[in-house]
Design a protein around this ligand. Structure first.
Ligand SMILES: N[C@@H](CCC(=O)N[C@@H](CS)C(=O)NCC(=O)O)C(=O)O
Length: 220
């Protein structure tokens, strides 16, 4: 089993974190053919995005589906809560990230250059992100993690995207409110940072993504 992708991607980091909390050894491997648009890679994942999980020569695409596969294939240490409602809520947090938070990141990326920025676009994206974070908060359980006392799928999805948001907000100096500013989200974020496994993945992701952002801004 091989996981292809770069840790700078929040979707790759999501799977890396999920594998880690489940105790699965899953280092990142270089994409077949050298990149995610190579014929070899596209054979495994015609969508041409990262991550892809290769299992016995066959590919699985989409980070959430890869996590589902890991849950089915390695049930010994669960990555979801035991009770059905908690499982649904943990998955819901991931869905909220994908549908309501992550789509706002592209519009913000386009506003990184202070010399040429659209304040209304920044405000609109920031508003939608804050709404999405509110939806995620509403889906949370008693905590301190998303649902309860251990990290599960929703934590992996929300934390890697939160880390990316923190980096983008910091680099862009947009003046947008802290995405984890509410008491429940602040408690959640602290729990993530205090968890050795989650913090290790978040740190690797932040370093790699920060480097990517720097090289992007240096090019303009
Ligand atoms: N819905 C996908 C999103 C994956 C995705 O957008 N990956 C980006 C990196 S963050 C990518 O591979 N982009 C390259 C491209 O679109 O060509 C998932 O959950 O895996």
């Amino acid at each position: 089993m091989k996981l292809y992708g770069a840790i700078a991607s929040p979707y790759v980091a999501r799977v890396a974190m999920y594998a880690k909390i489940k105790g699965i050894e899953l280092p990142l491997s270089e994409a077949p053919g050298g990149n995610i648009k190579s014929a070899e890679y596209l054979k495994l994942n015609p969508i041409g995005k990262m991550p892809t999980l290769e299992v016995d020569g066959r590919g699985i695409g989409e980070s959430t589906i890869i996590c589902d596969y890991l849950e089915d294939a390695y049930p010994q240490k669960p990555g979801l809560p035991k009770d059905n409602f908690g499982r649904a809520q943990s998955r819901l947090v991931g869905r909220i990230v994908d549908l309501y938070i992550a789509p706002q990141i592209g519009p913000l990326f386009r506003q990184m250059n202070p010399a040429n920025r659209d304040a209304a676009a920044i405000e609109a994206a920031g508003k939608e992100i804050a709404k999405g974070m509110g939806y995620a908060e509403a889906a949370m359980g008693p905590g301190p993690f998303c649902i309860a006392g251990t990290p599960t799928f929703g934590d992996c999805a929300l934390a890697t995207t939160t880390s990316l948001l923190n980096t983008v907000y910091g680099a862009g100096n947009f003046g947008l409110p802290d995405p984890v500013g509410s008491p429940r989200l602040a408690t959640w974020w602290k729990a993530m940072m205090d968890n050795e496994d989650c913090a290790a993945v978040l740190s690797a992701h932040a370093t790699a993504f920060g480097g990517f952002l720097k090289s992007m801004t240096a090019r303009r």
